[in-house]
Design a protein around this ligand. Structure first.
Ligand code: ARG
Length: 468
């Protein structure tokens, strides 16, 4: 960061009219945001170009000044993009850095750009534009992730695996069904980003410092130029609220929870004890001391991202809570949290998409595990109700006795003989064996949204249509 003497003069010329002395060095350090808000440069320049064009169209500044400003801003943009821009902490933030440089380049007309505008509506506009882009990136990332989960679901729509509750074997489900559960979660995440984007898509520009302006500005025009649906209807609200950032962070947090849960399952499933899945080498690491190891580091890191994303969310809620209207400098603390959360969410989405695409589910292991732990006990109880006329409570009890018997004999339920079963309840007939296998079990779960392969395939088809 260069801090040239002329930067201090430039800063002074922007707001220092009533100040006798410059800021203390520590004041400059706590006040400056340029180290991080330089990320808003493209949005800042876009907003300024729209503003200058509108000022000229309204006859507030001359066409030639607007032209000089517009061209100068393009030069500034290319300087920043090529790394030739002299960022300065004395110039506090991206807004003053850009404007000061514009003055270097085009001279006096630069001073007219800030007519009918304040850094308060400027930063609110820049940041909304930036967060809106991040919503688009999250939506695209989630679409890719959903496609990866869908293709896993499709290849194993009828592969049986254990379904768990309490991480104890509960009932057999299908691999496709399990993958589609995440498709639903990520689908809701996607719709949350869409909703948030739609709500934030209003322009704060022209709210000025807080009260609007006496210049005959055209807020509809700047809103349109920036692809906002409309201008925000209350100038105090426009410069004060950061709910759009909170909504983005909240949506990101919920999405990160989903990513974290899937990661946790992949960590468990790839362990030597489970071996439900094999992670590709591309997404694993070895150990420097234990040659046999293949660690699911990517999954673990994605699992952890919720920590910083939720941390950012809590931080910004805490900053915003209790602030009086309208703008307070506290709100400068919004950006780093959102930048960090967005970066890590996009990384986590991309890593999960890659990991899932390169993942191999071990069909035989899944099926073997599905049969263990008396996973078809509920099917047996249901059969007793349906075919032997028992009340469910009684059927539950009889099944419990049969499980205990199988446990004693060291076998699974389908391995019990008919006479073993009839000794427990004489109403049992040979037909019982048709429901005991795990394939029979999943095929019978035909209720809407159930685990039967037909149901799973119907949901896959529905999602393909949604994505098409
Ligand atoms: N850098 C400031 C921020 O990020 C810009 C707005 C400054 N406004 C002001 N009244 N000092 O919030």
């Amino acid at each position: 960061m260069t801090d040239r003497p002329q930067d201090k003069d430039a800063a002074n010329s922007m707001w220092g009219g009533r100040f006798a002395a410059g800021p203390d060095a520590i004041m400059e350090a706590i006040n400056a945001s340029i180290d991080f808000d330089r990320r808003l440069y493209a949005q800042d320049i876009r907003g300024s170009r729209a503003h200058a064009a509108m000022l000229a169209a309204q006859g507030i500044i001359s066409d030639s000044d607007a032209k000089a400003i517009g061209e100068g801003l393009i030069t500034v943009l290319s300087e920043i993009e090529t790394g030739d821009f002299p960022f300065s902490a004395a110039l506090e933030d991206i807004h003053m850095n850009v404007e000061a440089r514009l003055k270097d380049i085009i001279g006096e007309p630069a001073g007219r750009l800030h007519t009918g505008r304040s850094r308060n509506d400027q930063v609110a506009t820049d940041f909304r534009l930036w967060v809106r882009d991040q919503c688009d990136a999250a939506i695209a990332g989630l679409q890719a992730l959903i496609r990866a989960a869908l293709s896993q679901a499709e290849s194993g729509a009828d592969w049986v695996m254990p379904g768990f509750t309490h991480l104890q074997t509960a009932q057999p489900v299908t691999w496709g069904h399990h993958m589609m559960a995440y498709v639903e979660m990520f689908g809701r995440d996607l719709s949350r980003f869409r909703d948030a984007r739609r709500r934030m898509n209003e322009s704060p520009l022209g709210a000025a410092a807080l009260a609007g302006t006496g210049y005959p500005i055209d807020r509809e025009a700047t809103a349109k130029a920036l692809d906002f649906a409309r201008p925000m209807a209350n100038s105090l609200d426009a410069v004060s609220d950061r709910d759009f950032a909170l909504e983005f962070l909240s949506s990101a947090s919920i999405c990160a929870v989903h990513l974290s849960r899937l990661s946790e399952e992949l960590v468990i499933w790839s362990s030597a004890q489970f071996r439900f899945v094999s992670m590709s080498d591309k997404w694993s690491t070895g150990s420097s001391i234990m040659p046999q190891k293949r660690n699911p580091d990517a999954a673990e890191l994605i699992r952890a991202k919720i920590g910083r994303i939720l941390g950012a969310t809590v931080a910004l809620f805490t900053v915003m809570k209790g602030l009086p209207l309208a703008y307070s400098k506290d709100m400068q603390e919004d950006k780093e949290q959102v930048f960090d959360a967005a970066d890590h969410l996009m990384l986590a989405l991309a890593a999960m998409t890659g990991m899932l695409s390169d993942l191999t589910a071990n069909r035989d292991r899944l099926e073997a595990a599905a049969s263990a732990g008396f996973s078809t006990a509920t099917d047996l109880a249901d059969w007793l109700v349906r075919e032997a006329g028992l009340a469910f409570r009684e059927a539950h009890h009889v099944t419990g006795s049969l499980v205990a018997l199988a446990e004693k004999k060291g076998c699974d339920l389908p391995d019990l003989t008919l006479s073993d079963m009839q000794a427990v309840n004489p109403a049992i007939s040979a037909g019982v064996f048709t429901v005991l296998g795990v394939h029979n079990s999943v095929a019978s779960r035909q209720s809407y949204g159930g685990t039967a392969p037909d149901q799973v395939r119907a949901q896959i088809a529905r999602w393909k249509e949604i994505l098409a």
